[in-house]
Design a binder for this molecule. Structure first.
Ligand code: FMN
Length: 193
């Protein structure tokens, strides 16, 4: 692991968005996070395409290849960054399904004792607030360390990203930078030397 000292060491973050669509605002938010992260935070983005629906019978035969890759990259990372949309006032199945796979096996799961940052975007006014809240509840059971504050709720997302999916809203860019500084410090609380 690339560790130097205190808060200046490199921290490996695994990021994923709970959306499969190409033009996803949440995927776009993670690309912006990669761009705006402090130098000490290395963000690798994992695409959930190809992760099947959780099935304990399939799991009993051994994790499917894409699931193994997903779980392994989580294990290797020192922290997670999850951009979740909100569907029907809750966590979309795509986000939750990924969490369900990564929550296994209980007690020895990749999510166990993993620091996590949650953020999200929506074209609506609440910026995925309820989806994010529900996701926090899941991390109580997985024994993951979810950063309490700051929160990022990117509302009216269609006005904040351009057609290429670049985050153009200056206030959001600035706040995202601060959020990532806080995530850097949060992960360091658990993994720093
Ligand atoms: C089934 C469904 C339910 C949705 N429910 C909500 C909702 O409860 N709150 C909200 O803000 N947006 C809702 N939306 C709109 C999503 O926020 C919007 O589609 C968003 O772009 C999805 O995230 P993505 O761009 O990362 O794919 C819903 C969309 C779908 C398809």
């Amino acid at each position: 692991m690339m560790s130097t000292s205190d808060n200046n060491r490199d921290i490996e973050i695994l990021a994923f968005a709970g959306s499969l669509r190409k033009g996803s605002y949440n995927k776009a938010l993670l690309r912006a996070a990669k761009e705006l992260a402090p130098e000490s935070l290395n963000i690798q983005i994992f695409d959930l395409e190809g992760i099947p629906l959780y099935n304990a019978d399939v799991e009993a035969q051994g994790d499917p290849k894409r699931v193994s890759e997903f779980k392994e990259t989580i294990r290797e990372a020192e922290g997670l960054l999850i951009a979740t949309p909100e569907y029907n006032h809750g966590v979309p199945g795509v986000t939750k399904n990924a969490i369900d796979w990564a929550s296994r096996p209980a007690k020895k799961a990749p999510l166990n004792e993993k620091p996590v940052g949650i953020l999200g975007a929506s074209p609506g006014m609440t910026g995925s607030a309820r989806g994010q809240s529900q996701l926090r509840q899941a991390f109580e059971f997985t024994n993951s360390y979810c950063m309490p504050q700051p929160e990022i709720l990117v509302s009216r997302a269609h006005e904040k990203f351009d057609e290429e999916g670049d985050l153009t809203d200056e206030a959001t860019r600035k706040f995202l930078g601060k959020y990532l500084d806080a995530l850097n410090d949060w992960v360091n609380k658990f993994t720093g030397e």
